[in-house]
Design a binder for this molecule. Structure first.
Ligand code: OAD
Length: 262
């Protein structure tokens, strides 16, 4: 096991991760808010700036908060939605999309399991993306569950009434709600068949995502962390590369390109 590597010496872990990707047959990549940080989207645990700085995202992303103050929570999600829509995928997202394509040409599989609701993996070109916390890019009625095309949701009044007598809410998973069954089933299927698991840009603190690494370890997969900072899983992964994912992931792709060509 390599030690948690210092910011100045990332070459060895990057080479090691690239060689594991070169040999892997089935890869699962768990992503969190950190991978979108370099696109300009705030993570959950870094302090926010501006309008919403005084609110704790962990307290707004709950069913209890929505029931108590639907106007505040809807305004916050509308703001997050406009930010997600207005930013671009960064080199970290693009590297993962490129990795998926590269593995596919060699008949290898890759699944991105993301806790993010911003749609940036798909916009970068990733095809197999499981959104375990839902998406902010779709909204539905609280009463009927009916989804409405975004261009038909009016963001002029908060909370947003639906024509069925309920309110419109984003199709995200809030604390206090169940994760989507289908997404969980796809995740566990991918985990149970993987031989390499990467945790990228997540604090690895929110379950069940935080325990996916245990499933991967139980089936004998190698485990990797790519994160700006150490996390609770840094000590148990087989290799950790610490730095911005928008820099580390493209470097891994460069190394992988050399291995694939050799
Ligand atoms: P967090 O905000 O908890 O953690 C973000 C992680 O990304 C931290 O470990 C940072 O150190 C790291 N990070 C920040 N910038 C980075 C960069 N440029 N490159 C690499 N890593 C970077 O976000 P999540 O782990 O995604 O759930 O949070 C998990 C869940 O908790 C979220 O999906 C959300 C939240 O409450 C719900 O809303 C249900």
């Amino acid at each position: 096991m390599c030690s948690v590597c210092s910011a100045v010496d990332q070459h060895e872990p990057i080479q090691r991760i690239a060689s594991w990707l070169h040999d892997a047959r089935s890869v699962v990549i768990l992503t969190g808010a950190g991978i979108s940080a370099e696109s300009g989207l705030a993570t959950f645990r870094d302090p926010e700036e501006g309008l919403w700085a005084k609110y704790d995202p962990m307290e707004l992303a709950t069913i209890a908060a929505f029931n108590r103050d639907p106007e505040l929570v809807t305004r916050w999600y509308h703001w997050r939605f406009t930010k997600a829509r207005d930013v671009e995928p960064n080199p970290g997202h693009h590297a993962l999309a490129c990795l998926e394509q590269r593995l596919a040409t060699r008949d290898r599989s890759m699944t991105v399991v993301t806790q993010n609701v911003d749609g940036l993996h798909q916009r970068a070109g990733s095809k197999r993306v499981v959104e375990i916390h839902g998406t902010i890019l779709r909204w539905r009625c609280t009463k009927t569950g009916a989804e409405k095309p975004l261009d038909e949701v009016s963001f002029d009044v908060f909370p947003i009434p639906s024509e069925h007598g309920g309110l419109m809410r984003p199709c995200v998973v809030w604390f206090g709600e169940m994760l989507p069954e289908q997404a969980l089933a796809e995740t566990f299927d991918a985990l149970e068949h993987c031989d390499l698991f990467l945790s990228v840009g997540t604090s690895a603190t929110v379950h069940p995502a935080a325990s996916f690494i245990e499933v991967a370890r139980a089936v004998g997969a190698k485990t990797v962390e790519i994160n700006r900072d150490p996390t609770p899983i840094s000590e148990i992964v087989d290799c950790a590369a610490h730095g911005p994912s928008g820099e580390i992931l493209p470097q891994i792709m460069n190394e992988l390109g050399q291995l694939d060509d050799s």
